[in-house]
Every structure is written in C-alpha cells, then in structure tokens.
Write a protein that binds this ligand. Structure first.
Ligand code: GCB
Length: 600
C-alpha cells in the first residue's frame, strides 16, 4: 500500500480537524442517511477517550459515530478518488453520503475505499461507525462481554488482556487522495548488495492497474541526481558507489516510478528507500555485514489527551531523546506505529523491530503474572488465526520498503508453552515469512512464564527476544537473587540455542519520579537505577547477547487497577518526557557502547 503523496499526477487533501461525534444509542441507532445529530465534537486524529474527559466517553465500550463534511474540487471528479483512514481503532464501517464504502477490522493499519462513484460536486459527508471492541477473535486480544437490559440497552464490558489502555477512535490521519484512473497501486523494493564493491541491484516490483503500456523506474540519490534507470513491472537497476543506510547515519534514495501509455505519462509516484543488509549469523545480528548492538526501548504511542492518536511533535522529541541517550533502536510494542513514525525513522537512522498487534495471546493475562499460573488453554479459547494472518499481511505490505525495519515481531508474550502453541506458531511463522520481499529476520517476544524449560516455539525465531523482570515481578527487592537467576536464565537459553543471538526486548521496574530511598525500595528512582545497573552487568558477560531494549521509553496509560499507579511507571522518562535518574545512568552507558562491534 502506497503512502499518500502529491505528485504531478496525484493530490492529497486532509480531513483532519474537528469532527462531529456521538456515542451510539442502541435503542435509537443513528440513521446514516441523514446528517448526524449531536452537539459533541472530537479532534481527528486522536483517541476519543481523554478528549471526552468524563467516564461516559472515556470508558465507553461499543459503537461511536464520527462525521464531517468535505468538498472535492470539480476538476478532480474525473480522477480516481480514494478515502484513506490511517487507523480506525479497532473496527470501522465507513459511509460517504450515507452509502457504505468500506469496513475494516484491525485498529493500527491503514485502509481505503474508492469513492468517486458516491461523491458529487459541492459538499459531501463522510461518516464512520467505529467500535472499540476487542475480543478472542481480534488483535489485540480483549475480554469482552455484553448483557441486554430490559429497557433495550446493551451493557458492554471490556477488559484489556494486556497492559495498555484501550485508546480508540480515529487515531491517525484521514485523507482523500486522487490518482489517475490508471494508476500505480504498489511498489516493492528489494536489493542484492555487494558490500565489498559497494554496488547493488535494486529490484523495483510495481503493481499497476488499468490501461498502460510501460513502467519506467528512475533512481535518484539524496541530491535528486539520477543514478540509475530501469523499465518494466519488475525493473532491476544496477547502482555503483552506493551509500548505505546506516544506523543513526541514514542515506535515502528515491525510486521514481512512472506509468506510461505510449509516450504519455499517466501516473508517477516517488518512494524513498535506503539500502542496507540484515543478516543473522553465528549468534550475531549483522547490519551491512557488521555485528550490531541494539540499544533502546520498547515504546508506546501514548501521549496526554491524544491517547494513542498520532502526535508527530512527540515523535520528533522522542527520537531526539533517544539520540540524547545514545540509543539506536526501538520496538513498535505492541502494534504497528504510524507511517509518519516509520518514515521519520528511515530518515533518522533509527533501527526498528516492527511488531504486529498480536498481544494478549495468553489466557487470563495479568500484569503481575509472576504470581499467577501458566495458561492452560490459550490456544483452544482464542480464535485469532484469521486476524493474525491479516495483521501480518497488512503490516508487511505497509512497511516492507522501510530501511529502518530490520526484523518483524509476530507476537508479544504469547503462550508459547501450552497445548496447541506449537501448531499456531508454526503456521504464523510460515505464513509470515513468505510475505517479505526483503527476507528480514522474524521473531516473537518471549514471556518469562514460558521460560526455557517450558517454551516449545523458540526454534522458529531468528533472534531470541526475551522480556525479563528479574528484580521486579520476580525476586522483588532481592537483587542478589535476581542477578543469579538472570545469569542462569541466559546461560540456559544459550545452551539450548547456541547459534541464535539473544536480546532483551523488555526489562524494567515501575518508578514514580521523585521517590528516593537508600535501601532497595521498589518504585523509587534509586531502585530503577540499581535494577538497570545489575541487568547491564550481566549483559556484558555474554558475546551472544546482542541488545538491550528497556521497558519502557516513557510512562504510559494502562487499564485502571491496583497494580498500576495512574498508568505503568516503568518509563525512563515520565509521560511528559522528563528524565528519571535511570535515563542518565543508561545515557552514560549507551554513549560508551558503539553501535557496531561491541561484542567482537
Ligand atoms: C510485559 C508486557 C508489557 C507490560 C510489561 C509490564 O511483559 O509485554 O506490555 O507493560 O510487561 O510493565 O508489566
């Protein structure tokens, strides 16, 4: 799927701003054939929860309506007109002028509909019926129930099967873009690189629709100078003296793809891309042939008021804070992030582990699972296979060209030990691996409960990614035992899989900024500092250990409960992006760890 841009043949109009908003009343459902009657409003893009302020909106479960008007200039009405929603969380039915145009399930991925046949000159109306329901068939997984009351109301209850607030709404941009009637639908870029010769064969595979004779491909360097040309729907362009995309030192080329009918240019699109190689070999993660060390975070798209709504100023600040700390990477825990963030990471050279929304795939997940029991029947109660295939398909389709993406994560903390796990994992790995034209490595992120003695799926991954909380949920306030158990755990994994690199994708301790103590008291900044000191000391013992991503970059909102103090406080920054003491500790450490060859 192509990101909407303006070119000589395409226009983009954004529909962001204030929309009409209404909670659906089951007893008097909205009639979409007439304008929405409401006196409430919401800003798009943004989650509705915190904008709504009061509990009726903030904690609403079920359907809501968004609506606004738009005008398309008459001269564009002979074009292909596409309505694109970058993220409707989690399910949406979209109508234009009262006519149904598209339905999509899956809250963090763009979808679109051609609308030229349902619009007319002058004012038009777009309406979105959106549901925040998640259940055992969706990703992420939620615990959902509903009861029909005598008065006709349906009381819906939802409890997240994961540790972040179920922010919902039109969370990302809504746009209308136009293309000619014959058009470029998709472009997939892959390459064979000769690192020694600094040359590359760039393959530009184009999918075009309609009436055309030829596809022409021009590769431009960062100064817009032409460095290569090719033709056809599977063009291969040989480049010499290439500049590699490097972590924190990005270099981007552009593929200009043109669709021709005889000599007439019909459509043109420009896709930026970087050239870099990724390979897992001898328990190392190689980028451009050299062993890379991941330093960074698990994150969330989570900001005040906007909730999970896109916030590009925060994105820029977050990357600057990462650079300030000497970090080079993050994981899109626990869902695909905005395309704008991915494009920014391409430009900034931030390395990304790209995760789909497969989270909560553990029966009865609870945030203090250390004290709980292992799941017994996750894979017989969940019915997520279809949603999961769709999620991996859409994620890879959307993000396949991003140089920043070096690995795909198919799940976070699933039940990888219980009956049925093996079959489910095998299927999803096999299905997903076929989708990536760049053949990147795949992983899933292992849950401490499904440890080395119980897990039956880790042979399927390229990199062993562990979430470990020794010294927090396990061995709380007993750092001596935590260190011992951490060492044992890592050594056992390595013994079982000597050729696979191991990294931490989460480790952390809740910390309320401003709390201090001399002794090891959980929730203090001093405790978080000591926690990271001990973990770091262990990481440095092993050459197979290839990266540390702390949990979390910043404090974030979660579901309400007594295990959380107004949200998860494991951030090394507060939700307002103020550094806690651990940020400075990690900064001193990471500025002294090179991106490459740390564990030669
Ligand atoms: C985890 C989850 C993450 C939680 C975190 C925590 O293992 O992957 O979503 O927020 O633990 O803080 O408990």
């Amino acid at each position: 799927m192509l990101y909407p841009i303006s070119t000589k043949t395409r226009t983009v109009q954004d529909l962001n701003g204030i929309w009409k908003f209404k909670l659906e009343d089951d007893r008097a459902p909205n009639d979409v054939s007439t304008p929405l009657e409401t006196d409430r409003h919401m800003f798009v893009p943004g989650s509705f929860n915190d904008q709504g302020v009061t509990r009726d909106i903030r904690m609403h479960v079920g359907y809501v309506w968004y609506e606004r008007e738009f005008v398309i200039p008459d001269f564009l009405l002979n074009q292909r007109v596409v309505l694109r929603l970058d993220a409707a969380t989690h399910e949406a039915d979209v109508y234009v002028n009262g006519k149904f145009v598209v339905r999509h399930k899956g809250g963090y991925i763009p979808f679109e509909a051609e609308i030229q046949d349902v619009i007319h000159p002058g004012k038009n109306r777009v309406s979105v019926k959106l549901s925040n329901r998640i259940d055992y068939t969706s990703l992420p997984v939620g615990n959902y129930s509903e009861t029909k009351m005598e008065d006709g109301r349906i009381v819906r209850k939802l409890s997240e099967n994961f540790d972040f607030f179920n922010y919902a709404g039109l969370n990302r941009y809504v746009r209308i873009y136009t293309t000619p009637k014959s058009y470029l639908e998709d472009i997939a870029i892959s390459y064979d690189v000769d690192l020694a010769a600094l040359s590359a064969d760039v393959k530009v595979a184009t999918c075009a629709k309609g009436d055309f004779d030829n596809v022409k491909v021009t590769i431009l360097d960062a100064n817009d100078s032409v460095v290569g040309k090719g033709e056809g729907e599977n063009a291969i362009v040989s480049l010499k003296d290439i500049k590699l995309w490097q972590p924190l030192n990005a270099y981007l080329y552009k593929a200009r793809v043109e669709l021709y009918k005889a000599d007439e240019l019909i459509d043109v699109y420009e896709e930026e891309f970087g050239i870099r190689t990724v390979e897992v070999k001898n328990s190392q993660f190689l980028i451009n042939g050299k062993p890379f060390y991941f330093k960074g975070y698990g994150k969330h798209e989570d900001t005040y008021i906007n909730g999970r709504g896109i916030n590009e100023a925060y994105n820029v600040a977050d990357i600057n804070l990462m650079r300030w700390m000497g970090a080079n990477s993050f994981r899109t825990s626990h869902y695909p992030y905005s395309e704008e963030m991915m494009r920014l990471c391409d430009r900034e050279g931030i390395v990304v582990i790209d995760e789909c929304a497969a989270v909560g795939m553990f029966e009865g997940f609870s945030v203090d699972s250390a004290s709980g029991m292992a799941a017994k029947s996750t894979w017989s109660v969940l019915n997520t296979k279809e949603a999961h295939e769709q999620a991996m398909y859409e994620l890879i389709k959307r993000d396949k060209n991003h140089a920043c993406v070096v690995m795909w994560s198919v799940m976070n903390e699933p039940d990888s030990a219980g009956p049925g796990a093996r079959e489910y994992f095998e299927h999803i790995f096999e299905y997903s691996r076929k989708l990536d034209p760049q053949n990147r490595p795949f992983t899933y992120v292992n849950f401490q409960i499904c440890g080395v003695d119980k897990d039956v799926c880790t042979d399927l991954v390229d990199v062993i990614c562990l979430n470990r909380y020794f010294g927090w949920y396990w061995d709380t306030a007993d750092f001596a035992s935590a260190e011992k158990h951490l060492i044992e755990d890592l050594e056992k994994w390595h013994e079982k899989y000597p050729d696979k690199p191991i990294m931490f994708c989460e480790y952390g301790a809740d910390t309320v900024a401003g709390l201090h103590a001399v002794d090891d008291i959980p929730f203090t900044e001093d405790y978080q500092v000591k926690y990271y000191e001990i973990n770091s000391r262990v990481f440095d013992r092993y050459d197979f250990f290839i990266g540390e991503q702390v949990w979390n970059f910043a404090d974030f909102e979660t579901k309400t409960g007594i295990n959380r103090v107004q949200g998860n406080k494991k951030g090394v920054f507060t939700r307002a992006r103020e550094p806690k003491a651990a940020a400075r500790l990690l900064r001193d450490r990471w500025l002294n760890i090179p991106d490459f060859d740390y564990k030669k």
